[in-house]
Design a protein around this ligand. Structure first.
Ligand code: DWN
Length: 401
């Protein structure tokens, strides 16, 4: 295949088989959803990690079930993100902030009192309505040059564009970068946060690979992408959210610009760690993790131990379908999202139930498919009085707590 950042030839480094779109939960367990290949490719020329097969954005995002959870971890992350941006003078109390992929407006609600103006844009009509009902002005559209032009005409140029976990979600990464470059003035900044490709590979996070995640950005690949649009990295921040995320701060390139020390620091570490052997080790670890998880749950089932999953996550659906678990192995999936409760996970057919339901008759084990919220979820379960259920943590290696 061809690299969708630089056009060079790519090579496959991991094949997870076929899986349905990870957030396409079903109304009945019998429906056999269409599955599509999940093959991760590497471009040796620019370091880009991409999905070989991309699905249509309209199908993936127009009617969306993922709602940003109201989580302590995320609220802490918003504080840290704002502090980093304020320290770099990328955000000020008089800033106009546009968030791309703003979902229900959790971040914008946090920024509303810390800036002059906030505006969201998100393609999911059902999600936009929830944001608007919460008082966050939100355009219902994909972020692209045309919608960017409407934003400039109606609201002016934002001082800061924030794209948290959505810039990797478009088959053509140039579309949103070009839209941002056209919308920002020379003094504006673009903040891109995504699961960090190095963490995905180093921590065996095979479940980060699903059809919404069409790219697994690294500093090297992001630099290559930005350079094609006259932009460069001004700063980089690492964050533990979503299993290890990277926050890129980008701006239009001017001869006088000097990136802060974080860019060179993290780029050097990445060059040292992201070698050919890294990818081979990742693929081998993933195959071993599949066998270990299959054997563990099989043994627990044989001992008549009940196993549920906790978190109807996109990640979880990749993990369940790659390992081959179904509702014969795992009885229920617990999730706090009302939109997801009562639905069934695609292909595995596991029913999603509420956290309250899980408290009434807790299982022996939870396979923690929302492991990125491990401390918060385990703390919540124990505080609610369930000291019985144990947790199977799948990555970076299968273990029980
Ligand atoms: O890129 C994306 C990432 C950032 O978010 C999106 N394309 C889709 C989504 O991926 P995910 O579903 O793997 O994300 P989360 O945020 O790990 O999903 C957490 C799930 O766990 C939610 O459905 C809510 C649920 N949850 C819960 O049941 N109890 C979460 C918490 C904190 C809880 O206490």
């Amino acid at each position: 295949m061809a690299c969708r950042i630089c056009g060079a030839h790519t090579r496959s480094i991991l094949d997870l088989g076929e899986s349905p779109p990870a957030n396409a939960l079903l109304s009945t367990p019998e429906t056999e959803p269409r599955s599509f290949p999940l093959v991760l490719e590497l471009c040796d020329d620019c370091g880009n990690l991409q999905l070989r097969d991309c699905l249509d954005a309209e199908d993936l995002y127009r009617d969306y079930l993922y709602v940003t959870p109201d989580s302590q971890l995320l609220r802490h992350h918003y504080e840290q993100l704002h502090a980093h941006l304020a320290e770099g003078d990328y955000i000020r109390p008089d800033s106009f902030v546009l968030e791309v992929g703003s979902n229900v407006g959790m971040l914008l609600r946090f920024l509303q009192s810390r800036t002059r103006k906030v505006l969201g844009i998100d393609p999911a009509a059902n999600i936009c309505k929830l944001a608007q009902d919460a008082g966050i002005e939100t355009m219902c559209d994909f972020f692209a040059p045309a919608s960017a032009e409407r934003i400039r005409a109606q609201h002016g140029a934002p001082d800061l564009i924030v794209a948290r976990h959505c810039m990797a979600h478009n088959a053509d990464p140039h579309v949103m970068i070009a839209a941002a470059a056209a919308l920002l003035d020379d003094t504006g900044h673009l903040v891109i946060e995504n699961a960090y490709g190095l963490n995905t590979v180093e921590n065996n996070e095979l479940d980060q690979i699903y059809h919404e995640h069409m790219f697994y950005f690294t500093i090297r690949s992001m630099r290559a992408l930005l350079a094609k649009h006259g932009m460069h990295l001004a700063s980089v921040l690492m964050s533990p959210v979503h299993g290890g995320s990277v926050v890129f701060v980008a701006k239009k390139t001017r001869p006088t610009d000097v990136p802060d020390a974080s860019v060179a620091l993290y780029a050097e570490r990445e060059d040292r760690l992201m070698k050919g052997a890294t990818y081979e080790r990742f693929a081998a670890n993933v195959r071993e993790l599949k066998e270990q998880l299959r054997a563990l749950v099989g043994d627990l089932n044989a001992e008549h131990k009940s196993v549920w999953t906790y978190g109807a996550t996109a990640k979880g659906n990749t993990l369940l379908n790659y390992v081959g678990f179904t509702r014969d192995d795992i009885e229920y999936c617990v999730d706090s999202t009302p939109l997801k409760q009562g639905k069934f996970l695609p292909k595995s057919g596991i029913r999603v139930v509420s956290e309250e339901h899980a408290l009434e008759n807790p299982p022996d084990y939870f396979l923690l498919t929302a492991w990125n919220y491990k401390d918060e979820i385990i703390g919540k379960v124990r505080a609610a009085g369930n000291n019985r259920s144990r947790f199977i943590i799948p990555v970076p290696h299968v273990h029980i707590v």
